[in-house]
Design a protein around this ligand. Structure first.
Ligand SMILES: NC(=O)c1ccc[n+]([C@@H]2O[C@H](COP(=O)([O-])OP(=O)(O)OC[C@H]3O[C@@H](n4cnc5c(N)ncnc54)[C@H](OP(=O)(O)O)[C@@H]3O)[C@@H](O)[C@H]2O)c1
Length: 378
C-alpha cells in the first residue's frame, strides 16, 4: 500500500490522524486513527487496516491483512463466473438435445394451415412425424400443402400424409360438425393447435360493432367452439395438449387494434382458465404470444367498415421468420410449456410496465395513438 499523505493534528489529543493511501481496490482512500494508534475508521474497501505508533515520526499505516487474501479471492472470481456460465450454457444445450419428441405418430390438428405460421407449423410437425389434420377455409391451398408434405418412410422417421377438414371458424354450427369430422379421422386428437386468426386496423369511433364481432368470432369464439368440441374426448382419455396462438396483443392493448387486442386478451383469459381446470385430467394447455411475424396477417386484416386492409405493414414485413416461430411452437409442445412470450426486449418490457406501472403505459400508448393519428392526417 502506498501512503500518499498524512495529516497530523496540532496539539489536540482528541484529534485523529488521517492517512491518504492508494491501493488497488480503492485509490485515494482515507484511514483515520487516534494518536494512540487505534484505528477509528477507514474508507478502504475489502481491507483490514492496522496502524502502529512509529517513534518520533508518529503514526503509520502498518498492515493490510485482508488485501492479499481478498485479492486471491477476487482474482479467482473471474474463472468461477466463466465456469458457471459455461456450465449453464452446457446444461441448456443438453436440455434442448434431450427434449423428447412427443409429436412422432401423434394426431396434430392445425387450424389456419393454408398460410403463414400455420403452414410452417404443418411443415415442421409433419417432419417431426405427426399425423396431421390440416384445417382452413381454402381446400385448394390445403390440398396443395398436403401434396407437398405427403408420406415418407425414409428409415429415419415415419411421416404421414396429412388429412384435411375445411370449415370457417366464424360459423359456430360448422365448427361443431368439423370437430366431429376431425375426431373421426383417427378416433382422437393428441394436439390441437388453434392458430387461425385475422387482424384488424381501425379507430374505434369508425368501426362497426359487426366488425368487432367478426374478429371476435374468428379469433375467440371459433377456437373456443373447436376446443370444446374436442375437449370431452381428451378428458375421457386423460390425454391431450391444446395450444393456442395468441399475440403479444393479448397482453397489452395497442391503439387502433381494439378488436384484435380484445379477442386475444379474451383468448389468453379463456385458456388460462382452461389450463387450471383440466390439469387434474393430465391435459396440457399452452398459450403462445408472439410479437410481429413476417406473414400476410396485416394484408388480410379487416378495417372498421369490414373491408380488407390490404397493406403489408412495415412492422409485419420486418417481423420474425414464421419458420422460427413454428419451431418454437414445436418446442413448446415437446417441453409442455404453459405460457410462451415470443417478443423482442421492448414489447416484453411493455408487458411488465403495463402491470407494474400502468400510468406510464397509458401515457406511452396515448402518445403512440397521437403519432399514428398525425401520420394518417399527413
Ligand atoms: N403475423 C403476425 O405478426 C402475428 C403476430 C402475433 C400473432 N399472430 C397470430 O398468428 C396466427 C396465424 O396468423 P398468420 O400470421 O399466419 O396470418 P395469415 O398468414 O393471415 O394466416 C391466417 C390463417 O388463418 C386462417 N383463417 C382466417 N380466418 C379464418 C376463418 N374465419 N376460418 C378459418 N380459418 C381462418 C387463414 O385461412 P384462409 O386461407 O382460409 O384465409 C390463414 O390460414 C393468428 O392467430 C395471428 O393472430 C400473428
Amino acid at each position: 500500500m502506498n501512503v500518499l499523505s498524512r495529516t497530523t493534528p496540532d496539539d489536540d489529543p482528541a484529534a485523529l490522524v488521517s492517512f491518504r493511501v492508494n491501493c488497488c481496490s480503492t485509490p485515494g482512500a482515507f484511514v483515520h486513527c487516534g494518536l494512540d494508534g487505534e484505528l477509528v475508521s477507514s474508507t478502504l474497501l475489502l481491507f483490514r487496516v492496522g496502524v502502529r505508533e512509529c517513534g518520533t515520526s508518529g503514526l503509520q499505516v502498518q498492515c493490510v491483512h485482508l488485501s492479499r487474501h481478498m485479492e486471491r479471492v477476487t482474482s479467482g472470481l473471474g474463472p468461477l463466473v466463466l465456469g458457471s456460465v459455461g456450465l449453464m450454457v452446457m446444461y441448456y444445450v443438453m436440455q434442448r438435445l434431450r427434449v423428447k419428441n412427443r409429436v412422432q405418430d401423434s394426431v396434430v390438428v392445425i387450424t389456419g394451415a393454408s398460410s403463414g405460421l400455420g403452414k410452417e407449423c404443418a411443415r415442421i410437425f409433419h417432419a417431426a412425424g405427426a399425423r396431421l389434420i390440416l384445417c382452413g377455409r381454402n381446400p385448394a391451398r390445403l390440398h396443395e400443402l398436403a401434396e407437398e408434405l405427403g408420406e415418407t418412410t425414409d428409415g429415419k422417421r415415419q411421416t404421414y400424409a396429412p388429412r384435411i377438414v375445411t370449415f370457417d371458424l366464424s360459423n359456430m354450427e360448422r365448427v361443431a360438425v368439423a370437430g366431429e369430422e376431425i375426431l373421426k379421422c383417427y378416433g382422437h386428437v393428441d394436439v390441437l393447435i388453434n392458430n387461425a386468426g385475422i387482424s384488424y386496423r381501425g379507430s374505434i369511433v369508425d368501426t362497426h360493432v359487426s366488425v368487432q364481432r367478426e374478429v371476435m368470432e374468428t379469433n375467440y369464439f371459433g377456437p373456443v367452439a373447436l376446443t370444446q368440441a374436442i375437449l370431452p374426448s381428451m378428458v375421457q382419455r386423460c390425454s391431450g395438449h391444446i395450444v393456442t396462438i395468441s399475440s403479444i396483443q393479448g397482453r397489452i392493448a395497442i391503439p387502433y387494434r381494439s378488436a384484435y387486442a380484445a379477442s386475444k386478451h379474451a383468448t389468453q383469459a379463456y385458456f388460462d382458465c382452461l389450463r387450471a381446470e383440466v390439469e387434474s385430467f393430465g391435459l396440457q394447455v399452452t398459450v403462445i404470444s408472439p410479437g410481429y411475424i413476417k406473414t400476410n396477417l396485416s394484408v388480410n386484416a379487416v378495417t372498421g367498415d369490414g373491408s380488407k386492409y390490404g397493406v403489408m405493414d412495415k412492422t409485419t414485413a420486418t417481423g420474425r421468420d414464421p419458420v422460427d416461430v413454428a419451431y418454437s411452437v414445436l418446442m413448446a409442445v415437446n417441453q409442455r410449456q404453459k405460457d410462451v412470450l415470443l417478443a423482442g426486449p421492448l414489447p416484453s418490457v411493455a408487458v411488465y410496465i403495463r402491470t407494474l406501472w400502468p400510468a406510464l403505459f397509458f401515457k406511452l400508448m396515448a402518445s403512440r395513438a397521437r403519432k399514428e393519428q398525425r401520420l394518417k392526417e399527413e
